[in-house]
Design a protein around this ligand. Structure first.
Ligand code: G3H
Ligand code: 13P
Ligand code: ZN
Ligand code: NA
Length: 308
């Protein structure tokens, strides 16, 4: 069924695990994720970015997710990823999303509160839940020292006030992750002390971790082996994600790893089968590659198998 994330995140909090939120852009990605979730009987969040809406058009994505719900019988959340303003959040609420993110993290604190509350008021009236964001996801070279951390990472002193004043249902925080395939230059580090501090200030409140791809080296290697050029890619070690999931983090966002899995598979196919030109011949294996990585996440990283 199409559901909000309220129950899912509550159970995840209590059970010390996390729900996977995977970005969807086309049919093969939706099917790869759902095939994994079906086998694991895992609840799942399918999230759509502004870029995804532009690429596939909102109606196609919505219908693909409807198909996923009919096909799987799983609890599925249709979520807007990184809504930039009130209008995109409203458009998604009005068209049947059960969850939206308003990412006001680039604004000053008071404006972030005002914008987020505006979205919350609109969404809650219509039974839709809202994710906010406090703090900026680190760039690759950020947060090498304490003052850089304090400038970009979530300020624990703002969290309780933000949650109370906006009424958000979950909160994305910055503790050292970043989007994309180049997350760390040297050693991977997340600020778990900050996460611990934040969670104590808002007991029972679900925290969201963005930029949580692990960038499996097998995918990077395969991309490069078959004509790619991806250098210096590095993700969040799985052990750190397991730790975050055992804490207040209840939703873990993953996009890059699916992109890498898909691209590695297609590159390999093109090199090994230069005579083929039927898209099903390379999109099929790419869909299977997505299924495998998502199943691995559910079982071995998120811990949400059999929680549907
Ligand atoms: O947060 C970013 C997600 O990976 C979505 O990326 O905006 O290119 O669709 P996108
Ligand atoms: P990754 O780029 O690490 O997969 O993060 C995705 C994300 O946070 C989407 O909101
Ligand atoms: Zn994100
Ligand atoms: Na958790």
């Amino acid at each position: 069924a199409l559901v909000t994330s309220t129950d899912m995140l509550k159970k995840a909090y209590e059970g010390g695990y996390a729900i996977g939120a995977f970005n969807v852009n086309n049919m093969e990605i939706v099917q790869g994720i759902i095939n994994a979730a079906k086998e694991e009987q895992a609840p799942v969040i399918l999230q759509v970015s502004a870029g995804a809406r532009k690429y596939a058009s909102p109606i196609y994505l919505r219908k693909l997710v409807e198909a996923a719900i009919e096909d799987s019988n799983l609890p599925i959340v249709l979520h807007l990823d990184h809504g930039d303003d009130f209008e995109i959040c409203k458009a998604c609420v009005d068209s049947g999303f059960t969850s939206v993110m308003i990412d006001g993290s680039k604004h000053p604190f008071e404006e972030n509160i005002r914008l987020t509350k505006e979205v919350v008021d609109y969404a809650h009236e219509r039974g839709v839940v809202v994710e906010g964001e406090l703090g900026k996801l680190a760039g690759v070279e950020d947060a090498v020292n304490v003052s850089a951390k304090d400038a970009t990472y979530t300020d624990p002193d703002q969290v309780a006030e933000f949650v109370a004043k906006t009424g958000v249902d979950s909160l994305a925080i910055a503790i050292g992750t970043s989007h994309g395939a180049y997350k760390f230059k040297g050693e991977a580090k997340l600020d778990f002390e900050r996460l611990e501090k934040i969670s104590k200030l808002v007991p029972g409140f679900p925290i969201v971790l963005h930029g949580a791809s692990s960038v499996p080296q097998e995918f990077v290697t395969k991309c490069n082996e078959f004509g790619g050029n991806i250098a210096g890619a590095m993700g969040v070690p799985e052990e750190m994600l397991r730790k975050a999931a055992s804490m207040a983090v209840c939703k873990i966002n993953i996009d890059t790893d699916l992109r890498l899995a898909m691209t590695a598979s297609i590159r390999e196919h093109f090199i090994n089968h230069p005579e083929e030109f039927d898209p099903r011949k390379y999109l099929g294996p790419a869909r299977d590659a997505i299924k495998r990585i998502v199943q691995h996440k559910i079982k071995n990283v998120l811990g949400c198998s059999n929680k549907a």
